[in-house]
Design a protein around this ligand. Sequence first.
Ligand SMILES: *[C@@H]1O[C@H](CO)[C@@H](O)[C@H](O)[C@H]1NC(C)=O
Ligand SMILES: *[C@@H]1O[C@H](CO)[C@@H](O)[C@H](O)[C@H]1NC(C)=O
Ligand SMILES: *[C@@H]1O[C@H](CO)[C@@H](O)[C@H](O)[C@H]1NC(C)=O
Ligand SMILES: *[C@@H]1O[C@H](CO)[C@@H](O)[C@H](O)[C@H]1NC(C)=O
Ligand SMILES: *[C@@H]1O[C@H](CO)[C@@H](O)[C@H](O)[C@H]1NC(C)=O
Ligand SMILES: *[C@@H]1O[C@H](CO)[C@@H](O)[C@H](O)[C@H]1NC(C)=O
Length: 367
Amino acid sequence: MQLKNVCLKFSTFLCLICCAFSQSNFNNEAYLNKSLNEITWLTAHNSHLNVFDNVVLEIASNQNLSLDKQLYYGVRGFMLDIDLLQCSKLRSLFGSCSCEGVCLCHGSCSKSHDNIKDGFLVKKLEYALKKFVKFLNKNPNEIITLFLENYVADTKILQNVFDRVKHFNQLVFNPYSPEWDVLRKGWPKIKEMIASNKRILIFDDEKKADHAGKAPGFIRSRDFLLENHFGWHNDFIDVNLSNFKQIKNLYNSSSIKMEISRCVSLHRTMGQLNWSENKTLDLNFREHENSLLNSEKMFLFHHYYGVSAKSIFIDSLTVKLMNTPEFVNERLKRRCNPGINGKKPNYIALDFINENTYKDLILPFNI
Ligand SMILES: *[C@@H]1O[C@H](CO)[C@@H](O)[C@H](O)[C@H]1NC(C)=O
Ligand SMILES: *[C@@H]1O[C@H](CO)[C@@H](O)[C@H](O)[C@H]1NC(C)=O
Ligand SMILES: *[C@@H]1O[C@H](CO)[C@@H](O)[C@H](O)[C@H]1NC(C)=O
Ligand SMILES: *[C@@H]1O[C@H](CO)[C@@H](O)[C@H](O)[C@H]1NC(C)=O
Ligand SMILES: *[C@@H]1O[C@H](CO)[C@@H](O)[C@H](O)[C@H]1NC(C)=O
Ligand SMILES: *[C@@H]1O[C@H](CO)[C@@H](O)[C@H](O)[C@H]1NC(C)=O
């Protein structure tokens, strides 16, 4: 893939969302000269839960493109749920256990995987990692970020998986290493990461254990990221559709009542990270010595319903509307900005990333 294509796409996405770049001044050098935290990356929520990879029923999936196609579509952030799956002898005997070891599940699945929730052909973590490595080897200017919802308690088991994937470890960016020391030096530029070939970031939510520092590359999410809660809160407001260029023709009225959820911090148990529309985040605050200043943290914007069974709960038009840059922007402006102090998102996480009316905006490349 040509870097130029990706950059142009990012730039269009960015222009609409945060006006960080304009199409005319965006070029390779501008991209390479940016710091990692100055870019907005398209991110797929539960990227493995699609009918192709984990073979999830369509009504239970979060994505409608395979991981391979997501890559070519421009997705650079991948949210993956992982757990250590141990199959019973009985299940193994009857072949009803498609994955054993560190597997890509939907949430936790340590005892057994569930066909409806996790898919009929649950894949190993390696399966996805190999795809990312292959892509990065082919595209030397690209960077990929993983967000792990991580139910694995033993760091060593994870490290063993990484060790088995050829070239994976050497691509992992370790922000805690003396060389990068992001806590003191801030995020590096894209070109610096490319020059040293450190092009995979691994954010870990530590559901079961604290892996940061125990294996190179695990980044403790809450110390480096701001995140809004992914839950929606039944917050319906009137949305004026007249500015929604391509979507408005799909509706019969100029304004609709639409659920457009408030933004509250995901890390609500952390006193100072407890931002909401009633409590503005203090950008100059540092939670503790191993955490970035809030202003330097990247912002992972969760923007999906988080429920499966899309065709039951959420109609396709609603998903299309949600995924428009206008809607993303509207929610950021009206709902998130008061709490997160106007911080721009670095990762925009969506369900059904290809469900949008902007075929020219997020075009699949030579699939
Ligand atoms: C690169 O970024 C720095 C700021 O980090 C800026 O001073 C410089 O002009 C930029 N160079 C180019 C070629 O854009
Ligand atoms: C997934 O894509 C296929 C083919 O484009 C389409 O027929 C189907 O409706 C899509 N499903 C969802 C859930 O978007
Ligand atoms: C919707 O937005 C358009 C364009 O900004 C404006 O002209 C119109 O008055 C708005 N409608 C309502 C009901 O606010
Ligand atoms: C718009 O109106 C047409 C005709 O009445 C109807 O078939 C369609 O479902 C409506 N669309 C929406 C989004 O309500
Ligand atoms: C966070 O804010 C919520 C709502 O404002 C409040 O109920 C909760 O007690 C707060 N938690 C902490 C740790 O301050
Ligand atoms: C913010 O305050 C309003 C009005 O008091 C209240 O309805 C809402 O629940 C509060 N939000 C949070 C996140 O606590």
